[in-house]
Design a protein around this ligand. Structure first.
Ligand SMILES: [Zn+2]
Length: 193
């Protein structure tokens, strides 16, 4: 694990901030190149990769395969974790296989959707009875298009309101993501025509 400040709070004792220079480690490990660090943070949306956390203030870069076991400073082998989740991992409260699966979710989801769209997906989980105007519903277009969210139009006086809620597929996706359900990622998909 190598520390990296990615948010508004800086740790006085740690100077490895988002600068152009490589991220230095406390040992004589090869530093993580800044370009790789930025790729890892971008993939995670500059947030902790634990889906139920998504902390943003300070992030560490964690080697999924430890350096001592030959893990490299590569995008594929690095994941962003906040110090709290890192500590939970060190105390074996977070399973290494969960970290690997969350990385796989990040890789597939953030290639398919932008961060704002995925934020909206979590938003719908937190606000299950969300309603907006016809204009507001455009934000949810890609989720509705992908079958992850559904719309329900209702009339309130002269105003049409649109209820936006998670579809069954959207709920399944978030449940699998937060519980690190590997089966969700390995289920064969129907071939596209
Ligand atoms: Zn976290």
């Amino acid at each position: 694990m190598q520390p990296l400040n990615a948010g508004v709070r800086r740790r006085p004792s740690r100077s490895d901030s988002m600068t152009k220079r490589p991220i230095k480690s406390q040992s004589n490990r090869t530093p993580i190149p800044a370009s790789v660090a930025i790729e890892v943070l971008t993939e995670a949306g500059y947030r902790c990769a634990v889906p139920t956390c998504r902390g943003i203030v300070v992030l560490d870069l964690h080697h999924i395969v430890p350096v001592r076991d030959g893990g490299q400073n590569e995008l594929e082998n690095l994941i962003a974790l906040c110090p709290t989740c890192h500590a939970l991992y060190e105390r074996r409260k977070i399973n290494p296989s969960s970290i690997r699966i969350w990385k796989a979710f990040l890789q597939s989801l953030y290639r398919a959707y932008d961060h704002r769209t995925l934020d909206l997906l979590w938003f719908l989980k937190k606000v299950p009875n969300f309603q907006c105007s016809g204009d507001g519903v455009v934000s949810f277009a890609s989720l509705v298009g992908a079958g992850l969210a559904e719309l329900e139009i209702s009339q309130q006086g002269f105003t049409a309101l649109v209820g936006v809620r998670l579809s069954e597929a959207g709920s399944r996706l978030l449940d699998a993501w937060s519980s690190a359900d590997e089966a969700f990622l390995t289920v064969p998909r129907e071939p596209t025509r």
